[in-house]
Write a protein that binds this ligand. Structure first.
Ligand code: GLC
Ligand code: CA
Length: 537
């Protein structure tokens, strides 16, 4: 590994700033709160989580229609979260602990309150008119084409002042930029430079597959579906292969600095398409998120298929990465069944995430087993949730405050938080988990610190073993080390003999359970219910 490729060995921790920790008692998480919890994330010892990088969801000034994904000013910090000085302090304090900071970059849209859009909207002759996507038709009853927005409704918003429509894939308050205009591309790339110059270590790039739209604005072809958005094939307003170019432009800017990491959110389960953003000869992003892995059910065969797919498709061009939860999808502990044994399943999931070949992304709270928060209609703040309730309840349930302790509001704030705290917080919280040697948190810590020392886990190849339908088993092999990793997905425990390892024996180096005899015979491996074992062969 080249030293510039630090991200290949990193465990990344995603922080949704609004909900991590409130430092000034207004019920909203902020940078001061993150600063106060850096030692929890990594204080250099194994009594901290041990993560290597933080991905921060947007903290830029925003009217918060889409909770920060509607940016008004790309070069500042929203006063709700702090100031530029606070951010610089966060960078310095994080770096002092060996933690890198990855910001969120939202290329395709801005807020309707961004000065660029205010200028663009002011007149059809504005020098910034062409910075956004304006179309003229015979009048307000004739849409420019049949495109619908991802959050519902037509993607075209009528603007009375100039009698034209502008395009927005998300909310009307999030007009889409025109990346075909070189001035836009230049201005946006300069915004990235602004943060690199401050010392930011990279970007998570929001919906990179939405950047370019069809040059001719052709209508999408129809297909069967329930809602209007689903009744067309989205081939003209997203998923264009032309958008690969943008990844290349961003790479070139990152390379002006060296050691910078880019991970693309390609909101599309087609991993072949997503892989295109990795570019050829390192002229794309370093990693892309793997949504088909993230959304797979708790089934070892399905995960194996997704991982092998990723190995086949991603590995040729770049470096794999894996996540199971984020701020947009239902927390995996809830997706995997919840109930009395949910913590055990979460442990298996964590073991998988942290032992694959690739960079794991954790979502804040998963390390203590935070579940999706059940909310009632009046609590819903996420616009698609408000729109589609009760068919789709929105994303708030995955965004509720981090559960620090059994104190009121889970120790997140002294005031009523912006979203309710999950009612399980007296039992599920950091303070309690830290003191319990059998907790999920202690398991994450132990495995993350273990991982740092294992060359096979960091750099080794991966090869799956046939171990039946209950178990996921694979070998990780580096020049110095051969590790067998296996875990029981059935909850009933298993005994198996992986094909290809007949007669081999090994020594247990990591386990979820206390196992008295560290000697392993590969002819008969016994896994306790939801057990995880790593053996050196
Ligand atoms: C991305 C973000 C999501 C946001 C959307 C629209 O998918 O992750 O939170 O709502 O883009 O901007
Ligand atoms: Ca606050």
């Amino acid at each position: 590994m080249r030293s510039t490729e630090w991200w290949k060995h990193a465990v990344v921790y995603q922080i949704y700033p609004r909900s991590f920790k409130d430092s000034n008692g207004d019920g909203i998480g902020d940078i001061g709160g993150i600063l106060s919890r850096l030692d929890y994330l990594n204080d250099g010892t194994d009594s901290s989580l041990g993560i290597d990088a933080i991905w921060l969801n947007p903290v830029y000034p925003s009217p918060q229609y889409d909770f920060g994904y509607d940016i008004m000013d790309h070069r500042n910090i929203d006063p709700q979260y702090g100031s530029l000085e606070d951010f610089d302090r966060l960078l310095a304090e994080a770096h002092r602990r060996g933690i890198r900071i990855i910001m969120d970059f939202v290329p395709s849209v801005t807020s309707h309150l961004h000065p660029w859009f205010i200028e663009s909207r002011s007149s059809a002759a504005s020098p910034k008119r062409d910075w956004y996507l304006w179309r003229r038709t015979s009048g307000r009853t004739e849409y420019p084409n049949n495109w619908y927005g991802f959050f519902g409704g037509r993607a075209w918003e009528w603007d009375n002042k100039t009698g034209e429509f502008y395009y927005h894939n998300s909310l009307p308050e999030q007009p889409d930029l025109n990346w075909r205009n070189p001035e836009v591309a230049r201005a946006m790339l300069d915004n990235m430079r602004f943060w690199y110059d401050r010392g930011v270590d990279g970007f998570r790039i929001d919906v990179l597959n939405y950047v370019y739209k069809d040059r001719e604005f052709r209508s999408n072809p129809p297909c069967l579906g329930r809602r209007p958005y689903e009744m067309q094939r989205h081939i003209y307003e997203k998923d264009l292969t032309e958008s690969y170019e943008v990844a290349g432009m961003m790479r070139a800017v990152a390379d002006e600095y060296g050691e910078k990491m880019l991970v693309g959110e390609i909101y599309n389960p087609d991993i072949e398409y997503a892989a295109g953003f990795l570019g050829e000869n390192k002229d794309g992003v370093n990693m892309v998120f793997n949504f088909s892995f993230a959304e797979a059910p708790f089934n070892p065969r399905r995960f194996r298929k997704e991982i092998e797919n990723s190995e086949r498709v991603i590995a040729k061009r770049g470096w794999p990465s894996y996540f199971l939860s984020n701020h947009d999808i239902t927390r995996h502990i809830s997706r995997f069944g919840g109930g009395a044994r949910s913590m055990e399943r979460a442990r298996v999931a964590a073991a998988m995430l942290l032992t694959l070949r690739g960079t794991p992304f954790l979502y804040m709270g998963e390390e203590i087993g935070m579940a999706q928060t059940p909310l009632s209609r009046r609590d819903i703040l996420d616009p698609p949730g408000q729109r589609y309730w009760p068919f789709y309840k929105g994303r708030d349930g995955a965004r509720t405050p981090m559960q620090w302790s059994a104190a009121p509001y889970a120790g997140f704030s002294t005031a009523r938080p912006w979203l309710p705290v999950h009612p399980d917080y007296p039992k599920v919280n950091v303070e309690k988990a830290s003191g319990d040697s059998s907790s999920l948190l202690r398991f994450y810590r132990r495995l993350i610190w273990f991982r740092k020392e294992q060359s096979a886990l960091l750099d080794g190849s991966i090869r799956f073993l046939d171990a039946g339908g209950k178990t996921l088993a694979f070998l990780r092999e580096s020049e110095r080390q051969l590790l067998l990793v296996c875990m029981d997905f059935s909850g009933g425990g298993t005994r198996f003999s992986p094909r290809g390892l007949e007669g081999a024996s090994g020594r247990l180096v990591f386990s979820s359970h206390d196992i008295s005899n560290p000697e392993i015979s590969c002819d008969s491996i016994k896994l306790p219910p939801y057990g995880v074992m790593i053996a050196e062969i």
